[in-house]
Design a protein around this ligand. Sequence first.
Ligand SMILES: [Mg+2]
Length: 392
Amino acid sequence: MRIVRFSIYLLRLPLRHEIKHASAARSDSVNVLIACDLADGTRGWGEGVPRSYVTGETPVGVVEQLRATDLAAQWSDDCESWPDVIAMCDRFAPAAVREDPRGCYGNALRCAVELSVLDAFGQRFGEPVSRVTAHLASAANIATTLSTVRYSGAVTAASPRREATSAVKMRLYGFRDCKVKVAVGGDEAARLRRLRRWLGGRMVIRIDANEGWSADVAAKQIESLARYGIASVEQPVRHEEVDALAEIRKQVATPIMLDESLTGMQDAEQAVRTQTCDLFNIRLSKCGGYLHSLRLAAYAHQSGLGYQLGCHPGESPILSAAGRHWATTVRDVRFLEGSYDRHLLTRLLTHEDITFGYGGRAAALTRPGLGVSVDAKALRDLAEPQSVVEVL
Ligand SMILES: [Mg+2]
């Protein structure tokens, strides 16, 4: 079975409320949606979330890069099995349209295209995308099968009153884990003390500074918050200062997680070499898709590091579904983010609602492909008018 066409759409997804952290604020998310058509008429969907401050990609840049890429030459295999499909995905090389020293420019594009292909062939084979994990030999050390997973809540920067409401809701909703965005100004210690009170003593709290501290104050900042019980601190300093984390790590007991400084295998190897972290924040779009993300988790595991599966706020149910397939087949995922769909988006792109339930709990998806289907009317309403382009 062969691919006959890719189409690309830019979606503007309005969020229910503004999301704020140390390096950005947004009230909507512009995502890239790819449709992959097989010769038998099967259509798969994939999504990527280009964020210029992470991989340098922009929505318009993704369209340009896709158009510059020789898709016909790279996606012409006749595939009858997952290993065939994986081999074709692994050969995918988006056009080199600019300098890319970290090898991450094109990761959102890669993720969107790869997921559309996995969804299409999953439907064709009658198997869920989660099966891919067991077929990737290099991820054998992390493969497992879980029937349910638990997502984490998140408290982003807002007025003390809104933060209180949001924290109390997390607690009542039965979340086990919660991420708090820090480095947003004001008295951080007082804020975290309040949040700890509202979230309760049992909640596992981790913090994300989103590059908000300079290397010379980061250790002190982390120490001042550690007394409120912090499971890990994400990206304390800007990527440009990431090497300083090797020293900072020796000064604090709180495990350090890389996010903006972890976009792919090059970053991962550098992190292990320089000992700058204890954990990776792997996100499908940021890290270049399902397969690359599996390899990063396998590498972390083999290097004695932990990992979480994160998400980009504003992911549609397409990426939520992909994350679910990934998370239910990878073991030792320390924390899990995503599937916020109904809580965060004003409108769902799919017929299915796979938002997590009470306590952040959610079941494995078992239908063929990603297991969600795009609602044509929602797509028409959410797609940017200039965006529908056939590219193959
Ligand atoms: Mg982060």
